[in-house]
Write a protein of this length. Structure first.
Length: 318
């Protein structure tokens, strides 16, 4: 092709092609019968057309060169901006490249850095969404990345580590919450108690609705410990009342069947059980008192009978 020929060879090829064309044109004009003046005029038209065609080709190539140089300038500006945004060393293309190769090389570098920027921003958005969600649940401060800037690889690594730590902390707190909630539900049942405050009601609601903040976790432990202490107190009280009942039953010689029936109906240490034991103790205490009065009155009657038999005077009986 002509673009691959040296200039001298190109010139020879053009002269040869032009001469051949002119010979053919002369033959055609001869056959048609065009006179000398018309041939000269037509030859001038051919030359003008050839000059215009070559001039147009030159302008097109100059336009291409100008466009390539404009692209090179633009790509250099883009690379300067991208290397700053990505915090990378300044890009240095290979020396001695032609304009065409330089433009292609710079375009490739811009595309590569643009993709890296896009990928970093994509990863940043994903990590920030996770971070924000976890911070909302844990009521903590999100990792700070300046708005409108491209994060460095180190920043993305730090943010990823931050998110993983939050996920671990969330799982840890969720585990504590589940254990406490299970215990709290059981203890509330044992204490025959309901949730009184909004916080206590939040604890008993769905897990996702409870904020796992540090303050809430502390309050949750305190609530759990308070119920646990009440439960221990009830257990201790119920044990003492049960022992007292056993003592009174023994003293009153209460039938075993009655004891077993009462204990079967009043197991554990719930408030209603404690109340039942208190009522039973109260009843037994009354019976004990009544028995004591009967014993005392019987003894008194026996004494009076002995006094009568022995003829004790009122002064001696006093």
């Amino acid at each position: 092709m002509a673009s691959e020929l040296h200039r001298g060879d190109l010139e020879k090829e053009i002269v040869h092609s032009l001469g051949s064309a002119l010979d053919r044109l002369s033959g055609i004009w001869e056959e048609i019968g065009i006179d000398h003046d018309q041939r000269k005029s037509r030859s001038n038209v051919v030359m003008v057309h050839m000059r215009n065609l070559l001039e147009e080709m030159v302008k097109e190539e100059e336009t291409l060169k100008k466009r390539l140089l404009t692209n090179v300038q633009k790509y250099n500006e883009d690379l300067l901006r991208l290397t700053r945004e990505l915090q990378l060393p300044a890009y240095e293309p290979e020396a001695g490249l032609s304009i065409l190769k330089l433009e292609r090389t710079l375009r490739g570098a811009v595309d590569s850095m643009g993709k890296e920027k896009h990928e970093r921003m994509k990863v940043l958005r994903t990590l920030k969404e996770k971070d924000q969600h976890l911070c909302d649940v844990l009521c903590s401060t999100p990792y700070y990345v300046p708005t409108g800037t491209v994060p460095s690889k180190e920043q993305l690594t730090e943010l990823e580590t931050h998110v993983k730590n939050l996920e671990t902390e969330k799982e840890r707190r969720q585990g504590i919450f589940k254990n406490f909630k299970t215990n709290i539900v059981k203890m509330l049942d044992d204490l025959e108690q309901g949730a009184d405050t909004s916080f206590e009601r939040d604890v008993l609601c769905e897990e996702d609705s409870f904020l796992l903040s540090s303050d809430n976790m502390k309050a949750l432990k305190q609530y759990h410990d308070t119920l646990e202490q009440r439960q221990k107190e009830n257990y201790s009280q119920a044990s003492k009342l049960r022992d007292r009942c056993q003592e009174l039953w023994e003293r009153l010689q209460t039938p075993s069947s009655e004891r077993a029936d009462f204990l079967l109906k009043n197991t554990g240490f719930k408030p209603k059980t404690i109340s039942s034991f208190k009522e039973e103790i109260k009843r037994c205490e009354v019976l004990k008192l009544q028995n004591m009065q009967s014993v005392i009155e019987g003894t008194r009657r026996q004494l009076e009978e002995w006094w009568d038999k022995c003829y004790y005077s009122p002064e001696q009986r006093a």
